[in-house]
Structures are given as structure tokens and as C-alpha cells.
Design a protein around this ligand. Structure first.
Ligand code: TMP
Ligand code: ASP
Length: 242
């Protein structure tokens, strides 16, 4: 870990400056939180696993025309990234009903959705990351209408690429959360991470509804074998070339 003072520390990552003002170093932590940090713990080895999975998926997405903040992975739990101004929206794509969609609607867990659903949430811990309508995003000036449309189109394209990739790994991509940022020229870049912390991933070779869970729901719901599940995702992802 660099000995310079961090620019920012989040729940799962620490962001450090570099000699180049346009490049940052993102350090992935083993710390895990859930339910807006009301539940806290550690998943041993998570930082390195999420960094490796994210680096692989960013390379995959770049190879298919998605602009990301990813530059390089200089060590097991560190990534160099382009400096961006994060758009304070969590963009969630859902293919199968789970989590808050089941809590807030009559859809049963596991229902295949008729179309991929793109939901926006306010990235604001003190408000508990509430769901936002398009009108509320415009009202709060978090993004313009053109940017909302671009975010939706990017999220759906990323969903197609990742769904196909995970399918090849024997994993169903149930849902996931993305974050985007604006670079110096106001271009939208995919940022943050894509990992078992930010996706729901179900093992297609397991039939039991708890056994199939390979993501942070194991930590959220105290299902056990969290490290093993994360390691399984990494092994399968890294063995499928970009
Ligand atoms: P949800 O069903 O709780 O709304 O979560 C949808 C997806 O977003 C799921 O894959 C987990 C991910 N997610 C995050 O990455 N960070 C969060 O803070 C939350 C609430 C969900
Ligand atoms: N990232 C969230 C938190 O702790 C919650 C989650 O992933 O469930 O606040």
C-alpha cells in the first residue's frame, strides 16, 4: 500500500493520488459491509479477489467498446484508474427478481424478468441510497436527460456482455450495480468495481437456493462459506479469457 495520504476512503476501497493528477490508485479492502454499513465484517482475501475479478471484467468490457476508468493492476489488491468525477447514482440492472425488487413488489425470488430492468438509486449514505425516478434525478440535477439515457444504454450493453460471459462460466448474472464517472472531457466512463460485492451471481451447477449463491448475499444473509464462494467466482472468471 502506498504511504501517501488517501484522497478518499469508502467502505470497500481506499483511493490514493499518484504523481499524475489524472491517475489514481484504488486499493481494494477485505472489509465488508451490508445494510448501509449497519452490518460490518471482513471477508479474508476479498480485496485481492474483487480486484482481480474487476480488472478482468473491465478488460472484457473495454475489448467490447465500453469506456472504463481501468488502466492497470499493479499489485494483487490495487488498480490504477483514470481520475473521474463520480456521478452520484447507483445504476442497478436486474435480469431475475431478487433482493429489494422482491421486497418492494409482488415478484417472487427467481422470477425471470420480461426485460432487463434498469433502476437508479441516489448514492448517498446518509439518506440510505434511496430509489430515484428519472424526474427526481433531473430535479436534483444529478444527471441530464441525455446522460440518463446514455447511462441506461451503457448499463444494458454491459448487461449483455456480462450475462454472456458469466453464462460461459456456468454462472447466472441475476443483478448488479454499476457506478459511472465523468472524465476531464465530460465523457462517461464506467468506474468503481464489478465483483461478487456488487453483483448477484448464482451457480448453475447448484440446485439448492442457498448453495447456488456465490456473492455478497452469503455475507448479508449469514449463509457461510463466503470466502469459498468469492474464490470460486474468481477461479471461473479468470479461467475464461477476454
Ligand atoms: P438490491 O436488490 O438490494 O437493490 O441490490 C441490487 C444489486 O445491487 C445487487 O446485485 C447488489 C448490488 N448492490 C450494491 O452493489 N451496493 C449496494 O449498496 C446495494 C444496496 C446493492
Ligand atoms: N454496500 C452496502 C453497504 O454497506 C450494502 C450492500 O451491499 O448490501 O452499505
Amino acid at each position: 500500500m502506498p504511504d501517501t495520504a488517501p484522497l478518499y476512503e469508502g467502505k470497500a476501497k481506499i483511493i490514493y493520488p499518484t504523481d499524475n493528477p489524472h491517475i489514481l490508485r484504488s486499493h481494494f479492502k477485505d472489509d465488508a459491509t451490508a445494510f448501509n454499513a449497519q452490518k460490518k465484517g471482513q471477508i479474508v482475501g476479498k480485496g485481492a479477489i474483487n480486484c482481480a475479478i474487476s480488472a478482468h471484467l473491465f478488460r472484457l468490457l473495454e475489448s467490447q467498446g465500453i469506456a472504463t476508468h481501468f488502466i492497470d493492476q499493479p499489485s494483487s489488491n490495487e488498480m490504477t484508474v483514470k481520475s473521474v468525477s463520480i456521478i452520484p447514482l447507483e445504476v442497478v440492472v436486474r435480469n431475475i427478481a431478487a433482493g429489494s425488487l422482491c421486497q418492494q413488489t409482488s415478484l417472487a425470488l427467481g422470477t425471470a424478468l420480461k426485460f432487463p430492468l434498469v433502476d437508479f438509486y441516489y448514492k448517498n449514505d446518509s439518506l440510505g441510497d434511496p430509489f430515484l425516478s428519472e424526474a427526481r434525478i433531473l430535479l436534483l440535477e444529478l444527471a441530464t436527460l441525455a446522460q440518463i439515457e446514455e447511462l441506461r444504454a451503457l448499463a444494458l450493453k454491459i448487461n449483455e456482455i456480462l450475462t454472456t460471459f458469466f453464462q460461459d462460466c456456468g454462472i447466472t448474472l441475476v443483478d448488479f450495480k454499476l457506478e459511472f464517472g465523468l472524465d476531464q472531457s465530460r465523457q462517461i466512463l464506467l468506474a468503481d468495481e464489478i465483483s461478487p460485492d456488487t453483483c448477484r451471481l448464482w451457480d448453475q451447477s447448484a440446485t439448492d437456493p442457498n448453495d447456488r449463491v456465490l456473492d455478497k448475499d452469503r455475507f448479508r444473509r449469514d449463509l457461510g462459506n463466503v470466502e469459498q464462494a468469492y474464490a470460486k467466482v474468481m477461479e471461473r472468471v479468470l479461467s475464461h479469457s477476454v
